[in-house]
Design a protein around this ligand. Structure first.
Ligand code: M6R
Length: 595
C-alpha cells in the first residue's frame, strides 16, 4: 500500500506534504517521511509511526522554505517498520518515495549493486541506487532505464539535486495522479492534493510525468512524449472530517442510510431503472472481490440466483487471478471494490478482460483504476470512507447488488412483475429501515460492556445470514483483535461445535425468515453446550436466544442491510472499550495496492 505525494513550485512544500500525508494515512501508518530540496540540497526527515510523530520531529527543526518536495506514508512489505526503512530513500543526488513492491529487487541487487551498501531492508532502496547508477546527466533517461529493469508494481516520486526545478513521477501498476494548481502536485490518491489543484491527470501504467512548477509533461518508458487530457474532477467530493463523532468509523456507520439512499436514487427513479446497461441473460456470472466487498458479493449471489435465476460464482480476487478461471465472452465478471485500487481485484479485472469477459465494476471512487478499466461502472455513492473498517461503502455495495439483481430479473423476465415492483418500492425505502436500525445503539453499548473481555466469538447464519455473519466476524476481528469465526449455522456440528464451552459467545444472524426454525435448532444446539447466544433478527421473525436484537421489518431480500448495522456498532463499541485504534487498526491499511 503506502501513499506517496510530491509538490513543486509551492510557497512552502512542508505543510503541503504533511497535509497530504495526513489525508493518505489510511494507506499505511507504519512510518512517514518527507524530503525537500533546499538551495539544491536534499533535506530528509523520516520517522517510525504515525504522521503525528513526523510532525513532532519537524517542529523541533528550523522551518524549511523549500518549494519542492516528496513525502511518504508506509505500510511495511519488505523490512520492519523503523526509521531506517521509512521513505524517502536516497542514493547520491537522488531521493525517492515508492508505493508498490519491486519483486526482482534481490536479482537486481546481485546484478548491478553488489558493491553498494544498503542502508535499509526495503525493496525500494534498490530502485534509488539504480537511478544513481544509470544516470549520466539526464534524470528522465535514468528513470526510464530503471523503470524498464523493475518487475512488480511501483509509483515513484523522485527528486534529483542536479535538476532541482523538476519533480519526476512514474507509474506502473500502483495508483498515481498528478495535477496543476498554484504549483504542480502528485499523489497516490486525489484526496491528498484535491485542495491544491484545479486540473487532474490520472497516470496510466508505463508513464512518466515531469512536474515543473507550472506545467506537467508526460512520457512513456521509451521517452516518447504523450498528450493527455485532464480527468473530470469534482473538488467537493473530497472533503472528509469526523464531524462531532469520536471516530470516522462511527460517523460512517451513521452515514450508511444516506449512502444507500444516494446509491439507489442514482439508478432507480419513478420511471424505473436508469442503468444504461442492456444485458443478455448469461449462462453464469462471476463476482470477484476482497474482504468486505467479497462478503457483499456473497449476498449478491443470493439475490441474483433468487431473482435472475443465473448461477453465480463468488471468488476472492487473490484466488481468482491465479486459478485459470473458467471465464470467457459469455461470462460477465462483476468486480466489487470500495477504493477501486485493490491490487488483487484490479489483477482479477485484467485477467477477466484478457479472457474476453465483459466487466462491470461496483466502485466507490470514480477516478480509480478499476473504474477506469471496466467496461461498465456502477458507482456507489457512499462518499469518502476514511476508517479502515468499511461500513457505509459495504452498505452501498449491497444496494448496488440489489439494484442489479432486480434489474436483471426485470430484463430477463425471471420474476413476477408485481413482486419486482414491490421490491423496487422496498429498495427505495431501504435507507429508512437502515436508519431505524441505528436505534439499537443503546442496547449494543450494554452488550459491548459485557463482551469487551471475551477472547473469541462465533458468528453463524444461513443463506444471506451466513454472508452477514462473515462480515460481522471480519468487522469485530479487524478492529478489536478478538479471534472471530463465521460459520454456516448448519456446519457447526461438523467440527467447530467442539469449541463451544460455557459462556462462549455466539452471534446468530436470522436473515431468512423461511429458515428461522432451522437456525433455531442450531442456536439450541450451541446453547445446550453452554454458549451464550445473541440473535439478530427482524421484527417479523421470532428467535429464542439469551438476548435478541430486533430490527425493523424489511423486505427479506434486503435483511442483511439492516442486520449488519448492530454488528458494525458492536465491533465499534467493543473496540472502543478495549482502547483499540479504531480508525487505524494494527497491521492494516485501507487500500491494499500490493499483492
Ligand atoms: O477497497 P476494496 O473494497 O477493494 O477493499 C477490499 C478489502 O480490503 C476491504 O473490504 C477490507 O476487507 C476492509 N478493511 C474490511 O473492513
Amino acid at each position: 500500500m503506502c501513499g506517496i505525494i510530491g509538490c513543486n513550485g509551492v510557497e512552502s512544500a512542508v505543510p503541503v506534504l504533511i497535509n497530504g500525508l495526513k489525508k493518505m494515512e489510511y494507506r499505511g501508518y507504519d512510518s512517514s517521511g518527507i524530503a525537500v530540496l533546499c538551495k539544491g540540497k536534499t533535506v530528509t526527515e523520516k520517522k517510525k509511526g504515525r504522521v503525528a510523530a513526523l510532525v513532532k520531529e519537524l517542529e523541533r527543526k528550523a522551518n524549511s522554505e523549500a518549494q519542492i518536495g516528496i513525502g511518504h506514508t508506509r505500510w511495511a512489505t519488505h523490512g520492519e517498520p523503523s526509521d531506517e526503512n521509512a521513505h524517502p530513500h536516497q542514493s547520491g543526488k537522488f531521493t525517492l518515495v515508492h508505493n508498490g513492491i519491486i519483486e526482482n529487487h534481490t536479482k537486481l541487487k546481485e546484478q548491478y549493486l553488489k558493491l553498494t551498501a544498503m542502508k535499509s531492508g526495503t525493496d525500494t532502496e534498490v530502485a534509488v541506487h539504480l537511478l544513481n547508477r544509470f544516470c549520466s546527466d539526464s534524470c528522465l533517461e535514468a528513470i526510464a532505464h530503471t523503470a524498464k529493469q523493475l518487475e512488480g508494481s511501483f509509483a515513484f516520486a523522485v527528486m534529483y539535486e542536479d535538476e532541482p526545478e523538476k519533480l519526476f513521477c512514474v507509474r506502473q501498476a500502483s495508483p498515481l495522479v498528478v495535477g496543476l494548481g498554484e504549483g504542480t502536485f502528485a499523489a497516490s490518491d486525489t484526496a491528498a492534493i484535491s485542495e491544491n489543484i484545479h486540473t487532474l491527470y490520472r497516470m496510466n501504467d508505463g508513464e512518466i510525468a515531469v512536474l515543473e512548477k507550472d506545467r506537467i509533461s508526460f512520457y512513456d518508458f521509451e521517452l516518447n512524449r504523450i498528450t493527455k487530457t485532464p480527468d473530470v474532477f469534482e473538488k467537493s467530493s473530497y472533503t472528509a472530517d469526523k464531524g462531532s463523532c469520536e471516530h470516522f468509523m462511527l460517523k460512517e456507520i451513521y452515514e450508511q442510510p444516506e449512502a444507500i439512499r444516494r446509491t439507489v436514487e442514482a439508478y432507480l427513479n419513478e420511471n424505473g431503472f436508469d442503468l444504461g446497461l442492456k444485458p443478455a441473460k448469461p449462462e453464469r456470472i462471476f463476482i470477484v472481490a476482497c474482504g468486505s466487498a467479497y462478503h457483499a458479493g456473497l449476498v449478491g449471489r443470493r439475490v441474483f440466483e433468487t431473482l435472475a435465476k443465473i448461477p453465480v460464482s463468488v471468488e476472492t480476487a487473490s484466488e481468482f487471478r491465479y486459478s485459470e478461471p473458467l471465464v470467457n465472452e459469455e461470462t460477465p465478471v462483476i468486480i466489487i471494490s470500495q477504493s477501486g485500487e485493490t491490487a488483487d481485484s484490479l489483477a482479477a479485472l485484467r485477467e477477466a478482460k484478457k479472457r474476453g469477459a465483459k466487466t462491470l465494476s461496483i466502485v466507490n471512487v470514480k477516478e480509480s483504476t478499476i473504474a477506469s478499466e471496466s467496461d461498465f461502472v456502477l458507482l456507489t455513492r457512499a462518499g469518502p470512507e476514511i476508517a479502515v473498517a468499511t461500513t457505509k461503502a459495504y452498505g452501498a455495495q449491497l444496494s448496488a447488488l440489489y439494484l442489479l439483481g432486480i434489474y436483471f430479473a426485470e430484463s430477463f423476465g425471471t420474476a413476477d412483475k408485481n413482486e419486482l415492483e414491490e421490491m423496487k418500492k422496498a429498495l427505495n425505502d431501504l435507507h429508512k429501515s437502515v436508519s431505524a436500525a441505528l436505534n439499537c445503539e443503546e442496547q449494543i453499548k450494554e452488550i459491548a460492556h459485557r463482551l469487551k473481555g471475551i477472547d473469541r466469538a462465533y458468528f453463524i447464519g444461513r443463506g444471506a445470514g451466513f454472508a452477514a455473519a462473515s462480515e460481522g466476524s471480519l468487522k469485530l476481528k479487524e478492529i478489536s483483535y478478538i479471534h472471530c469465526e463465521a460459520y454456516a449455522a448448519g456446519e457447526m456440528k461438523h467440527g467447530t461445535i467442539s469449541l463451544i464451552e460455557k459462556d462462549t459467545t455466539v452471534i446468530a444472524m436470522n436473515t431468512q425468515t423461511a429458515l428461522a426454525h432451522k437456525l433455531q435448532s442450531n442456536i439450541d444446539e450451541v446453547r445446550s453446550r453452554g454458549a451464550r447466544v445473541i440473535a439478530v433478527t427482524s421484527a417479523d421473525s421470532k428467535i429464542n436466544a439469551d438476548e435478541t436484537i430486533t430490527l425493523p421489518e424489511v423486505h427479506p431480500l434486503f435483511a442483511v442491510s439492516t442486520q449488519i448495522v448492530p454488528l458494525q456498532l458492536l465491533s465499534y463499541h467493543i473496540a472502543r472499550l478495549r482502547g483499540c485504534d479504531i480508525d487505524k487498526p494494527r497491521n492494516l491499511a485501507k487500500s491494499v495496492t500490493v499483492e
